[in-house]
Design a protein around this ligand. Sequence first.
Ligand code: HEC
Length: 262
Amino acid sequence: MNSSNSQHFLWLPLSQRLTFTLTLLVLGLGYLFAMLHVFSSHAGRDGDPGLSVTDLIIAYSGSPGDTRLEAALKGPMQNMLSGEERNTIIAWVRSETGEAGYRSEVEPIIEARCLTCHEGSNPHIPTLASYQDVAKLVERDTGMDIFTLVRVSHIHLFGLTFIFFLTSLIFSHAFLRPLWFKCVVIAVPFVGIILDVASWYLTKVHPAFAWVVMGSGALMALSFAIQWAVSIWQMWFYRLPRDLVEAQGALPIVGQPATIRA
Ligand code: HEC
């Protein structure tokens, strides 16, 4: 009944506890760096410092705001042309007519109203001399592209599963009641990985899924912290309850005889 994979830490050989402890220490450090990385690559995208749901929406689905050309036409460049001309350009930006639409509708306005300054001689302001120049200013920010997402997905799915397999296997030697809580702490990160990765794609469809990205990340981190702290604590600083000592360290795991579980 007391197979070693269902035994409390204190029944495990010192060498195994040492292996577990060192693994947890390095993984803990890795987790801190991973969080730093998430923070530094997403925080502040919306203009405010700190990591917010808006930052995640912009990272995954892009910025819903105006393109650079539209922002300029509504802002500093608004007096350079008539309202009608401005509407024509903005309508083109939002249409799908591309270069053909540009040639027939927009190019004449740009030539008449903008090229005196934007013909390319001033290196500090964008050139509007060719269609390609203008196209660069109307590229919509659609967030992380699918290929990047696919690449990051497979790294996350493999990497995080590997990490949580290790921490959960170590944590399975801990004594934690109620038993359902222990099982939840083990299951949450695995469910979290799937929800997290799926929500990156779903945020492109609906921005509300950024909340799921945020929530699943937080739950994963919380489970990791619980597994980490409980494991370290019980390996080195814990005194076992009496009934567990009598059962020779065999942990109450689902499926074992009720006599041990009592
Ligand atoms: C009298 C000169 C002048 C004319 C005419 C002019 N611009 Fe500008 N434009 C500037 C200057 C100077 C800047 C840089 C300073 C600023 O952004 O206010 C600028 C900046 C811009 C920018 C960059 C804004 C950014 O994101 O930094 C865009 C886009 C732009 N202009 C578009 C246009 C368009 C389109 C027209 C024609 C409808 C136009 N401009 C007409 C002088 C001009």
